[in-house]
Design a protein around this ligand. Structure first.
Ligand code: G3P
Ligand code: MG
Length: 434
């Protein structure tokens, strides 16, 4: 098994778990994984304290020191978890073995966690209800971040600081009507979807529409014959790439975001960026850069990043390769999403743990990001620099996008590779002696 750089390799009988300490105070000895639990060895330094106990399986929860008559509550945990969903907890609708166990272990110990997914397409309240049912565990929107959740911040503090609440925005995704519902529940007031445009201007797409019935059933009248579109959002993985690319490209080539116009600046070599996207065209927001994701099929599937690449490829052809497609992409691995997730996690942790008042709560020291995609989960955790000094550590599972059989070592090196989410949680609880 490949030993990671400057790491005490942590070889496990059960799963090939490898540990690369990330600024660990003192070198770790070896922790052996045996049969789903972790046996500690004498003198193992865990989270900065040397443990004297020897080879005790970690099955009990944290022991409390109880004086006669007065039970001192344990100090709040200085660490928390962030869990990716697809490929870590679920394969689409099917829970991955160990997922419920892992989350329940944390709930039992009052250890905070958030779910941090590049998935989307449902409103947060609907998705957490669905996840709670599938995983058999109580989840709330308090500790749940989807790919498009940060778009909420653009309602009042939109692009170029002005909010987009009352602006015309184009929204698309796997079910654009559902994405419109989400956007409206976020607070956007004028949400247009491709179906509206197709219904109002059927010749915009010269072929028989693929999803004619869907478009007919979900279209709404446009606010005006040729509305100015002020921003474009891809909420989650589009389905009808052809129509979406046509309409988005039309808007990026337009004058001031008015469909049916063409900017005279396009391709003007005397202008910056040769005039492309320099005539008041709407900013383009993607919620997720994932080229692949782990679904029910045994091999990874194309995600929103593939759609983005297709659009960028068309844009490259349209501009003769003279202009990059200008866009804003959030979602893992981007710091904007990790910063948003850290704020959600700290607010959730404060609600959970600050019995004596939020200012009394010890700051969060470590977040363990458990993910399946090196390019999003691992890279994001490795590269995120917390303004609060919190250390994000990356744990890669073998149940999702990454597999040594497909491309060897992970493109972004995690702190640890483990079999699955169960082993990830068991290992961290051992290291943190919690
Ligand atoms: O569309 C979902 C996919 O991009 C990945 O989701 O949960 O693995 O971040 P997740
Ligand atoms: Mg995933």
């Amino acid at each position: 098994m490949k030993a990671f750089r400057n790491g005490a390799s942590l070889s496990s009988a059960a799963s090939g778990c490898i540990l690369r300490p990330h600024h660990t105070p003192t070198p770790l000895n070896r922790i052996r994984v045996s049969g789903g639990g972790l046996a500690r060895q004498r003198g193992v330094d865990v989270g900065g304290r040397v443990l004297s106990s020897i080879s005790t399986r970690i099955t009990t929860s944290r022991s409390y020191s109880i004086d006669h008559g007065t039970a001192k509550p344990p100090p709040p945990p200085p660490f928390a978890f962030a869990f990716d969903i697809d490929g870590v907890l679920l394969h689409v609708a099917k829970p991955i073995p160990g997922a419920t166990y892992a989350l329940k272990q944390l709930q039992k110990r009052n250890i905070p966690f958030i779910l941090l997914t590049n998935g989307g397409g449902k409103h947060e309240t609907d998705r957490v209800k669905d996840l709670s049912n599938r995983l058999g565990i109580e989840l709330t929107t308090d500790n749940f971040v989807q790919s498009h959740t940060p778009f909420q911040e653009l309602v009042h503090h939109g692009h170029n600081s002005e909010g987009l609440r009352d602006k015309n925005i184009l929204v698309t995704g796997s079910d654009a009507a559902k994405c419109r519902d989400i956007a409206e529940r976020y607070g956007f007031k004028n949400v247009i979807i491709p179906a509206d445009i197709l219904a109002a201007q059927p010749t915009i797409w010269p072929f028989e529409p693929l999803m004619k019935e869907v478009y007919a059933a979900t279209a709404r009248p446009l606010p005006s014959p040729n509305p100015k579109i002020d921003a474009i959002f891809v909420f989650n993985d589009p389905r009808d790439w052809a129509l979406d690319i046509q309409i988005i490209a039309d808007l990026l080539l337009s004058q001031q975001g008015v469909l049916g116009t063409y900017s005279p600046k396009n391709g003007n070599a005397d202008l910056p960026n040769e005039g492309w996207q320099r005539d008041g065209q709407p900013p383009l927001f993607f919620s997720n850069p994932d080229l692949f994701w782990s679904a029910a099929y045994p091999l990874p599937r194309f995600g929103q990043g593939a759609f983005q690449a297709a659009l960028a490829g068309v844009w490259d052809e349209v501009t003769g390769g003279r202009a990059e497609l200008e866009r804003t992409t959030i979602g893992k691995p981007h710091a904007r999403t990790y910063g948003f997730a850290e704020r959600v996690l700290n607010a959730h942790r404060a609600r959970m743990l600050s019995a004596d008042g939020p200012d009394k709560l010890e700051p969060l020291k470590r977040v363990y990001m458990v993910g399946d995609n090196p390019a999003s989960d691992i890279r994001g955790a490795n590269e995120y620099v917390s303004p609060l000094g919190t250390r994000w550590k990356s744990i890669l599972v073998r149940t999702g996008v990454w597999s040594p059989e497909r491309g060897g070592s992970p493109a972004y090196e995690p702190d640890v590779i483990v079999k699955d989410v169960r082993e990830a949680v068991d290992m961290v609880l051992a290291r943190e002696a919690w």
